[in-house]
Design a protein around this ligand. Structure first.
Ligand SMILES: Cc1ncc(COP(=O)(O)O)c(C=O)c1O
Length: 299
């Protein structure tokens, strides 16, 4: 399939408060965000006209920026409304939604206290990330490790944190895998390059404690869905030598949704009852109205 570059598409992008033709949403090469990674973003999905957990994403967007020392110059109501406006302008009901905020071109040194904070929101069609869902994907083990929270702002969805994600995913793809599982700085299992990870052990759902990586919105949703399905959820330190004993493995995230894993670096798994229950329930949940989502998760 021919690649359609992301800067040469039809449609609209919301850019600092105005709706702009897609191809005109440009920035200058001397932008602080580009040189020094002073940028944060969100990844959301719209289903049947609603953006799933929109306000949680918007709150995290603001919080990610604060962790990087800047304030997004739009309220949560304004960002929520802008996300919906871009979808409408692009005529989409089901799409990926990408808000992004970055420091501009006013200052070009490590310090950039007086730079303008720019915000853009784009949407594009992004079907299920991994086709043939229940078959499962293959993960390699990444060489890169998630950093200590005093080494990087790990609670922020900051662009700079994706540097090791891209390196790890490229290395995995070069060996024929779809993604990579990363350990953290201590050698504990952490997450995939753009999604959290869950393991089934003895009919329970186990997941690493998110103390140096993103506590994903999908992760929290899947934990709530497991509980309403009477599946016990355990958040704990998971060591790499344990994962061979898991009966099922899945990665979850806005992009990945609930994706079964069939291999981690030579160890094979068969997606089973727990994966199927959570995958099916998640697919139903995301298409519900926000009020019904809350009701379902309340049990
Ligand atoms: C590194 C990383 N971890 C976890 C997640 C999952 O977060 P969420 O479920 O909020 O999308 C993402 C994004 O999808 C991510 O990029």
């Amino acid at each position: 399939m021919a690649l359609v570059p992301f800067d040469d598409r039809d449609g609209f992008i919301w850019y600092n408060g105005t709706m702009m033709p897609w191809r005109d949403a440009k920035l200058h090469v001397l932008s602080h965000g580009l040189h020094y990674a002073s940028a944060v973003f969100e990844g959301e999905r719209a289903y049947a006209g609603n953006i799933f957990k929109l306000r949680e994403h918007t709150d995290r967007f603001h919080n990610s920026a604060r962790i990087l020392g800047f304030e997004i110059p739009y309220t949560a109501d304004e960002i929520d409304a802008a996300c919906m406006q871009v979808l409408a302008a692009n005529g989409q009901t089901d799409a990926y939604v990408r808000p992004l905020a970055w420091r501009g071109s006013e200052m070009m040194a490590v310090a950039a206290q007086n730079s303008k904070i720019n915000v853009a929101i784009a949407t594009w069609a992004w079907p299920a990330m991994f086709a043939d869902r229940m078959k499962g994907i293959r993960l390699d083990m990444a060489e890169w490790r998630r950093p200590h929270p005093q080494t990087a702002p790990t609670a922020s969805k900051a662009a700079g944190l994706y540097m090791i994600g891209t390196l790890s995913k490229h290395a995995a793809e070069a060996k024929g895998f779809q993604d990579a599982l990363m350990l953290d700085w201590r050698g504990h299992v952490s997450e995939a390059t753009g999604a959290n990870v869950f393991f089934a052990f003895d009919g329970e759902l186990h997941t690493p404690t998110p103390d140096c990586f993103l506590d994903g919105i999908t992760r929290r949703t899947v934990m709530a869905l497991a509980r309403v399905n009477q599946i016990k959820v355990v958040e704990r330190t998971i060591m790499p030598e344990e994962i061979a004993h898991a009966s099922e493995v899945m990665i979850v995230g806005t992009g990945a949704e609930v994706t079964p894993v069939r291999e981690i670096a030579g160890t094979h798994y068969t997606p089973g009852r727990i994966t199927e229950t959570l995958l099916t329930d998640y697919e139903k949940l995301v298409r519900m109205s926000p009020a019904d989502v809350e009701k379902r998760l309340a049990g």
